[in-house]
Write a protein that binds this ligand. Structure first.
Ligand code: KG4
Ligand code: ZN
Length: 347
């Protein structure tokens, strides 16, 4: 089955073509980072308009790269949510128009399910069942995954998502937008132990997270060390970044270890933008391999938003016979554990 995947939930326009026999044929991505950087965050209306501008050229590119004609497609998958309503509508209308024109099935995919399945695009994919740590700009969740669409939420952030905490802290330190990867790069040059940061909610049982306190802690450190300048010196900023990153990473590692021992599972999948963080990948591997747990993640470019994960997730469900009526579906808030199982009938 040959499937076109379209991702437009936030500030990345991603398209890809996935073949269930041959794997990923091509993918292409346009990031709106420059457009939003002056505002220090995503401006929803600008995001929607830029998706409209970029989606057709990207589609032309991906068909050319894959050496595929539109008429060869067997199905279309697009991100139906969660995300920004206007941005979702762009991918949804494009996919639905394709569906009408080509008379092929269309399916709206859950963005976090697509992230969760992204490691399946690698040479050595994880096998079900597994625990997934979903860490993106909007979500921090631990999920028990029995099969596609069979999700049990084990824990989640009560306030900021991990990526959001990275981004907000980076903004306080006046780092370039988007802050997460920039803060991580600074952290890798800093001293981890110069400043002590709390590991929030690790001293009590449970698998929920809270990251907003780390921002306050950072704000206090900035105040203490900035003297008469708006910010502390460069070296101190790097050390703050290192201490902050270590606190987020340690907190995630502690909760993952807990989730693995609670479920007795031996496979952990990490997915979403923050799973690109090298320190997180390293510390999770070291901590969990000792306990016989194997850790899986996607290649860097498929950790953040992309069309390949949407094409893959859509292909799996389309192959199972699932499809949507030809009505544009855009669901800004959509809990992952409300999805139907891939094994459910009458979808
Ligand atoms: O999954 P994603 O591309 O978009 C959402 O679905 O939210 O995740 C984006 C988030 C941003 O908060 C970004 O700062 C963060 O992932 N991120 C990182 C890194 N790369 C991306 N955070 C920490 N370290 C990184 N290397
Ligand atoms: Zn995402």
């Amino acid at each position: 089955m040959l499937v076109l995947g379209i991702e437009t939930s936030c500030d990345e326009t991603g398209v890809a073509i996935y073949d269930s026999e041959k794997g990923l044929l091509a993918h292409t991505l346009y990031s709106q980072v420059k457009l939003h950087s002056d505002y220090g965050g995503v401006v929803p209306e600008l995001a929607s308009r830029d998706h409209v501008r970029k989606i057709l050229p990207l589609l032309d590119d991906v068909f050319a790269q894959a050496g595929v004609n539109k008429k060869q497609l067997d199905g279309i998958a697009y991100t139906a949510g969660p995300g920004l309503l206007g941005a979702l509508m762009v991918g949804g209308s494009m996919a639905t128009a394709f569906g009408y024109a080509l008379d092929i099935p269309v399916l709206g995919v859950h963005h976090m399910e697509a992230h969760l399945l992204a490691p399946m695009l690698e040479d050595k994919p994880p096998e079900f069942p597994f625990v997934a740590l979903l860490v993106s700009g909007g979500h921090t969740q631990l999920v028990s995954v029995a099969a596609i669409g069979e999700y049990e939420l084990l824990g989640e952030s009560l306030d900021d998502a991990a990526g959001e905490a990275f981004d907000k802290t980076a903004k306080m330190l006046d780092l370039d937008y988007p802050g997460g990867p920039v803060l991580a790069a600074m952290a890798d040059q800093g001293e981890i132990d110069r400043f002590s940061f709390p590991r929030p909610m690790t001293d009590r049982p449970g698998l929920d997270f809270s990251f907003s306190g780390l921002k306050t802690h950072t704000r206090n450190l900035i105040e203490k060390h900035r003297g008469d300048s708006p910010l502390p010196d460069d070296l101190t900023v790097r050390d703050i970044c290192a201490g902050f990153q270590e606190a987020v990473v340690d907190t995630l590692v502690i909760k993952c270890r807990r989730a693995m021992s609670q479920t007795g599972m031996k496979t952990l999948v990490i997915a979403g933008g923050v799973s690109a963080n090298t320190r997180l990948r390293h510390k999770l591997k070291v901590a969990l391999e000792k306990e016989g747990v194997e850790v899986f993640y996607a290649r860097h470019e498929f950790c953040t938003d992309n069309g390949a994960m949407v094409a893959y997730a859509g292909c799996r469900r389309l192959l199972a016979g699932q499809r949507n009526p030809l009505i544009i579906s855009a669901i800004p808030r959509w809990p992952l554990d409300q999805l139907d199982s891939i094994n459910s009938v009458g979808y």
